[in-house]
Design a binder for this molecule. Structure first.
Ligand code: SF4
Length: 60
């Protein structure tokens, strides 16, 4: 699975809380993808993408 965070993160922390191995908070208070998800992490990453309040997490 490929995960991308596009412009517009408001730094709510949901994705980082859900899967800190994949999502990391940056110094500017926005999240980035720090590791590609393993197969086992794909479902939680999908849930984070669906739960992101500004829908900036894209999965493919
Ligand atoms: S869930 Fe969305 S808005 Fe919240 S930190 Fe992650 S990417 Fe940013």
């Amino acid at each position: 699975m490929k995960v991308t965070i596009i412009e517009g993160c408001i730094g709510c922390g949901l994705c980082v809380g859900a899967c800190p191995d994949v999502f990391c908070m940056q110094d500017d208070g926005t999240a980035r993808v720090c590791n590609a998800p393993t197969k086992e992490q794909e479902s939680v990453v999908k849930e984070a993408a669906e739960g992101c309040p500004v829908s900036v997490i894209l999965t493919e």
